[in-house]
Design a protein around this ligand. Structure first.
Ligand SMILES: Nc1ncnc2c1ncn2[C@@H]1O[C@H](COP(=O)(O)OP(=O)(O)OP(=O)(O)O)[C@@H](O)[C@H]1O
Ligand SMILES: [Mg+2]
Length: 378
């Protein structure tokens, strides 16, 4: 075989490896993948006709990928009124009635009013606001644990509000995992059995079920506790089980409602760090409800601030602390010190730079694929 054929075959091989990483693993891009790309870069860079240096391109890419062009959740005009004849209540609100007046005159409660937003694939999107502002209601509308009164929820284009019960259960099982504040573990089941609960009722075969559970348990740092019962675990460990249970069915979207709020501060910090690591490895889209500003600033790619059932501002942590839209948002962020603001701005700049680098890599691979001759050509 001539050396030019050998070289082309090698290029093909590199192409398909890069492509498979792009397709399957660029989502959870993190340290591991970066390492893989780095070692690949030595092979690829020697065969490139242009002067793009992949090693330089990927140096320092650490933030999880968020694809701003790929919207995974699109919410439009979402409203919820609790109580009998909610449509009537919604009409009154549309005509200008306040939440308080609605409650006093009709007994109905306005949970959400006319919310529209997109969540991007791979994003950690925080819902924040005072108690009663509608965070849980909004999150629970996404998987229809609460049925909205009006509006549209599309998950990868699928209209969630139109789904029949069976279809909804399927979407909940496969697409969305939920982590609750109070752990919601079954006391008579071991860690392994709790983590596998969802897979078991989905009827997954035992070998797949066991492997997935073990992976999820390892991922949250509970290796060795597979046979323990919840009563023998600390709060932090229980929440790790809750997280592993949500991860075991490998959903695209994780819904987390005050998941760390019941933990003491040090354990809470550990769990936040753990979540950051899990994100880097797994690239899930996460909707994270919290009323804690520090947690929101630390974890969020973007934060939606809610007041009386309405999202009043959406922005990156740096945008929210630098440009609060009103007094309500300002009250949350006014005590953030300058050092933290600077750190958030650096983080923001890094996110943008990493996204740019990923875009360049994609373009470069596309260009190279176009230029490559067909497999086995002379
Ligand atoms: N099942 C329900 N029936 C009647 N009203 C409800 C119901 N669930 C929520 N609400 C009302 O809807 C509004 C939003 O509540 P929600 O639980 O979403 O707030 P939250 O932001 O999650 O608050 P918290 O931080 O306390 O959890 C509140 O006024 C609440 O009283
Ligand atoms: Mg809540």
């Amino acid at each position: 075989m001539s050396s030019s054929i050998l070289k082309k075959n090698l290029l093909k091989e590199i192409d398909s490896t890069v492509e498979s990483y792009l397709g399957a693993f660029l989502d959870p891009i993190g340290d591991r993948i970066r390492g893989t790309f780095r070692s690949l870069s030595y092979k690829v860079s020697s065969s490139l006709e242009d002067d793009i240096d992949i090693d330089e391109l990927f140096a320092g890419v650490e933030t999880p990928r968020v694809d701003e062009k790929e919207c995974i959740i699109r919410v439009t005009g979402l409203s919820k009124v609790f109580g009998p004849q909610p449509q009537k209540g919604l009409k009154l609100v549309k005509n200008g009635m306040s939440k308080q007046d609605l409650r006093e005159s009709t007994g109905l409660t306005l949970g959400l009013y006319d919310n529209s937003f997109d969540v991007y694939k791979g994003e950690l999107f925080v819902l924040m606001g005072l108690s009663g502002s509608g965070k849980s209601t909004l999150e629970r509308c996404l998987n229809r644990l609460i049925d909205p009164t009006e509006g549209s929820i599309k998950i990868e284009g699928l209209e969630i509000t139109d789904l029949e019960r069976d279809e909804l259960i399927e979407v909940r099982r496969k697409k969305m995992g939920m982590v609750f504040q109070n752990f919601a573990l079954l006391p008579h089941r071991t860690v392994m059995e709790n983590v596998g609960f969802g897979l078991e009722i989905q009827g997954e075969p035992l070998d797949i079920y066991t492997e997935r559970c073990q992976n999820a348990i390892d991922m949250v740092g509970l290796k060795g506790y597979e046979d323990a019962y919840p009563s023998g675990l600390s709060g932090g460990m229980k929440q790790r089980v809750g997280l592993a249970r949500a991860l075991a069915s490998d959903p695209d979207i994780l819904l987390m409602d005050e998941a760390f709020s019941a933990l003491d501060p040090l354990i809470r910090k550990d769990m936040q760090d753990e979540l950051i690591q899990i994100r880097k490895k797994m690239g899930k889209t996460i909707i994270f409800v919290t009323h804690d500003l520090d947690e929101a600033l630390k974890l969020g790619d973007r934060i939606a601030l809610m007041n009386d059932g309405v999202i009043v501002q959406i922005g990156t942590p740096a945008e929210i602390v630098n440009n609060p839209v009103d007094d309500y948002v300002n009250r949350f962020v006014q005590n953030v010190n300058q050092e933290r603001v600077d750190e958030l701005m650096r983080k923001d700049a890094k996110r943008k730079a990493d996204a740019e680098k990923r875009k360049k890599l994609k373009e470069m691979v596309k260009k190279k694929q176009k230029a490559a001759p067909p497999m086995g050509g002379a």
